[in-house]
Design a protein around this ligand. Structure first.
Ligand code: AOF
Ligand code: ZN
Length: 348
């Protein structure tokens, strides 16, 4: 299943609104020993599912084999035919599934179909890892909004930027490399109008072999941002108020998403096929997301530097300590000179 999760990861950032899914086919010699005969992953919506690629890869060697799949094989005719049927026709003996498919069109029917055909099915192997990997897909189906990952880098005294000009990067090259990997893996990258105006960020993925750029999403209530800013490339989205004058952005070919509130805006993004969002700044936007309970995961780089007076990662008034939002499933990882601290605010 670990190999299947590695296969699935190759589709991260490319499959929305579908999930990233991986499949590995093993000819078992004994319970402890076997040979991987096929590998596959779902490359993008509209293309065949992971199981189909893995069966193709196995050639004729899948008969009597065990299939490891990170998501319950589908039972419905979508853009592609049911994978459960493909596995049955291929004559696999056993199917091991990491997580059930929350899609109401599948939701247990895939497993049932396999069992009805006499195939032994095990569910729940490395389930937590699979669910995390599929967070964007599952979030849209279960909650009607994308999975939001907030990311920032701060100094040892908790500042994300200086108050005056002369702002360089807070964190080092390893942290930057990690951020670029996340940009490659998440569907969209979001910033507020303040960050767009101050930094004119490109919001692209750089230095990742085979990498692709996330869809830029700019939260700009008044639609006052420069329509010529670097972030505006095909697929970019302007999120603005219902009555804002976005004529210049529309004329520039930018997708304009109008919403009354932040929660409505996020439902709108899900409707545009965005399952996961990397929220990269600034403090005003992050504070608004947190106030609405819309941040699911937090990834923070702490850099061994002291700045003194500067901008905090959050602008909103601090909550009283008894209401503080504590992360769970926290991990701490040294990255060069920096430390990456990550954790969840919500589960999926
Ligand atoms: C699988 N294996 O690799 C994936 C699955 O329109 P379709 O035919 O692509 O169906 C999309 C749905 O199929 C998607 O919403 C999810 O429920 C499931 N995705 N299932 O067996 C896969 N990507
Ligand atoms: Zn399928």
């Amino acid at each position: 299943m670990t190999l299947a999760l590695e296969q699935a990861a190759r589709g991260l950032g490319r499959t929305a609104p579908n999930p990233p899914v991986g499949c590995v086919i093993v000819q078992a010699r004994t319970d402890q020993d076997g040979e991987v005969v096929g590998r596959g992953f779902h490359p993008r919506a509209g293309e065949p599912h992971a199981e189909v690629f893995a069966l193709r890869d196995a050639g004729e060697r899948e008969r009597g084999a065990v299939a490891y799949v990170t998501l319950e094989p589908c039972s419905h005719h979508g853009r592609t035919p049911p994978c459960a049927d493909a596995l049955i026709a291929a004559g696999v003996r056993r199917v091991v599934v990491a997580a059930l498919d929350p899609n109401p069109l599948v939701a247990g029917r895939g497993v049932q179909r396999l069992r009805d055909a006499g195939i032994e099915v095990t569910v729940g192997v490395l389930e937590a890892d699979a669910v995390r990997q599929q967070a964007g897909f599952r979030s849209v189906i279960v909650r009607g909004r994308p999975w939001v990952v907030a990311k920032y880098a701060m100094t040892l005294d908790g500042k994300v930027a200086a108050l005056r000009e002369g702002n360089g990067a807070v964190s080092g090259p390893e942290a930057r490399e990690r951020t670029m990997r996340w940009r490659d893996e998440l569907d969209a990258i979001a910033v507020g109008s303040g960050t767009l105006g101050l930094d004119d960020p490109a919001l692209t993925t750089r230095g990742v072999p085979g990498g692709r750029d996330p869809r830029p999403v700019v939260f700009d209530r008044r639609a006052a941002s420069d329509p010529q800013a670097r972030a505006w490339r095909p697929g970019a989205v302007l999120v603005t108020a219902p009555d804002a004058d976005a004529a210049a952005h529309e004329a520039a070919g930018i997708t304009v998403q109008r919403a009354e509130s932040l929660p409505d805006a996020l439902s709108g993004l899900a409707g545009l096929g965005i399952g996961s969002v990397l929220l990269e700044g600034g403090p005003t936007l992050l504070s608004a997301f947190l106030a609405h309970g819309l941040v699911d995961e937090v990834r923070v780089f702490v850099s061994p530097k002291l700045l003194g007076a500067g901008l905090s990662p959050l602008t909103a008034p601090a909550r009283p300590m008894y209401e503080v939002q504590a992360l769970h499933e926290v991990t701490v990882e040294p990255l060069g000179q920096d430390v990456l601290i990550s954790g969840l605010l919500h589960d999926i």
